[in-house]
Design a protein around this ligand. Structure first.
Ligand SMILES: NC(=O)C1=CN([C@@H]2O[C@H](COP(=O)(O)OP(=O)(O)OC[C@H]3O[C@@H](n4cnc5c(N)ncnc54)[C@H](OP(=O)(O)O)[C@@H]3O)[C@@H](O)[C@H]2O)C=CC1
Ligand SMILES: CC(C)CCC[C@@H](C)[C@H]1CC=C2C3=C(CC[C@@]21C)[C@@]1(C)CC[C@H](O)C(C)(C)[C@@H]1CC3
Length: 417
């Protein structure tokens, strides 16, 4: 039996907050899917109708979901161009991870292309989003329960610091085990980057094809949203190794929050702009499109520059591209960057990500708030995430972190926040 981990402060309002989120997040997903296809598309208004069970539950949706998860799991198990080690764990060991996410994306694209050439009706996927999201949510509850049970057998060193409070609801939500695995199959790493992220671009593509079927050709706005988000997903899979140093992999347990986030929230709500555009076509001229492309390019430049600079520095501080940067030594032996991107604000990568989020919504025009949902949610997520990270860094680096905060006073947006 696993023993309780060290007591960490409860997040998200403790058990009550966790219980509320487990109801609220699935309800919000269904609400967004319903509202996006409704005429008024009002983010804050009531949904046009409440769907009955027959609209939510469909065996073909379950079959499609299981086929998709099976395909992505098979692609994960294919030989990888590289196998890399994660950060050192509490018991001083390191786990090994296959780096073949981009390969999975390309192979999925080839399979979908092959399917389309023999008449696969991909556009029909856009009509199945509601039952698919509902089925995936139910599957996620079952999956999280199995993860919770599996954690009972994990050694204490395999437990996450935050998900072992002793309260069942809270721990189910946060996730007890840090890296649940069966043999070499790592469930958290798999879910973080494969079925949800690749599923997101596939849903976008289905919406684009459905728009082409309805209106003769996809709109410029739909092309932009598809292009920007494909770039984001392609980038994440190309730099797959970098995910191993994110808070989700190194700190958070794998429970309902991440499982739902990865498998339901990402594909079904991150594709909201494309869903909105299918039902509410927006005129977009080439000059405006060009400005929006520039905004996305600036956001991507900051996001990629900041993430790559930190990853290179953490992997090899004497790499010529980062060796000249100013740093602060810490008691742990690690150093903190105080010049370059990380001297501008304390989370330059969040800033770039937010600028991109804005560029993804702008093709949908300014008439509705709904397509800006991602930007608003993401702003809240990153402000909360930034506060969590600051707490952890203060604990890790103490005075060195305080000095960093003095020298780089702004968190995400220069001179504002
Ligand atoms: N699209 C989406 O839904 C989401 C996207 N993201 C994106 O994921 C990416 C990763 O984000 P996230 O995992 O939150 O955190 P970060 O990549 O920002 O990593 C934070 C860690 O970086 C290290 N660090 C902080 N400051 C410095 C410094 N000055 N010098 C060197 N190292 C430093 C610290 O770890 P240590 O010192 O231990 O290395 C800190 O814990 C971001 O680009 C974010 O925008 C995140 C969440 C959701
Ligand atoms: C459901 C809740 C409201 C919150 C769930 C949060 C999750 C959706 C996000 C937590 C961290 C994420 C990351 C990415 C996707 C969203 C989640 C899972 C990420 C894979 C997106 C692509 C980026 O390039 C990245 C840096 C690899 C991201 C890592 C964090």
């Amino acid at each position: 039996m696993a023993s309780q981990g060290p007591q960490a402060p409860l997040e998200f309002g403790g058990p009550l907050g966790a219980a509320a989120l487990m109801l609220l997040l699935p309800a919000t997903t269904i609400h967004l899917l319903l509202v996006a296809r409704s005429g008024p598309a009002r983010l804050l208004g009531p949904p046009p109708h409440l769907p009955g069970l027959s609209a939510l539950w469909s065996p073909p949706a379950l079959l499609l979901l299981l086929t998709w998860l099976g395909l992505q799991a098979a692609l994960y198990l294919l030989p990888a161009r590289k196998v890399t080690e994660g950060l050192e764990l509490k018991d001083k060991s390191r786990l090994r991870y296959p780096i073949n996410g981009f390969q999975a994306l390309v192979l999925t694209a080839l399979l979908v292309g092959l399917g389309l050439s023999v008449g696969l009706p991909l556009g029909m996927l856009s009509d199945m989003l509601l039952p698919l999201a509902f089925t995936t949510t139910l599957t996620t509850f079952i999956f999280s329960f199995l993860l919770y049970m599996k954690a009972q057998m994990a050694p204490p060193s395999g437990l996450a610091p935050g998900g072992n409070s002793g309260n069942t609801i809270y721990d189910f939500f946060m996730g007890r085990e840090l890296n649940p695995r069966i043999c070499s199959f790592d469930f958290k790493y798999f879910c973080e980057l494969r079925p949800g992220l690749i599923g997101w671009v596939l849903i976008n593509l289905a919406l684009l094809m459905q728009e082409a079927e309805l209106r003769g050709s996809p709109s410029l706005a739909m092309w932009l949203v598809n292009g920007f988000q494909l770039l984001y997903v392609g980038d994440a899979l190309w730099h797959e190794e970098a995910v191993l140093t994110t808070m989700d992999i190194t700190h958070d347990g794998f429970g309902f929050m991440l499982a739902f986030g990865d498998l339901v929230w990402v594909p079904f709500t991150y594709s909201l702009q494309a869903q909105f555009l299918l039902h509410h076509p927006q005129p977009l001229g080439p000059p405006t499109a060009l400005v929006i492309c520039l905004i996305n390019a600036v956001g991507y430049y900051i996001f990629r520059g900041a993430n790559s600079q930190k990853n290179t520095f953490r992997k090899n501080p004497s790499d010529p591209s980062v060796a000249g940067l100013e740093t602060i030594p810490t008691a742990t032996g690690k150093r903190l960057l105080v010049s370059g991107w990380w001297g501008m604000v304390r989370h330059p990568n969040y800033l770039g990500d937010l600028v991109m989020a804005l560029a993804w919504s702008l093709p949908c025009g300014l008439s509705h708030l709904l397509p800006y949902f991602y930007f608003l949610y993401f702003l809240a997520l990153l402000v909360h995430r930034e506060a969590r990270d600051e707490r952890q860094c203060l604990q890790k680096y103490g005075r060195a972190w305080q000095e960093y905060c003095q020298r780089v006073p702004y968190r995400i947006i220069p001179y504002i926040y």
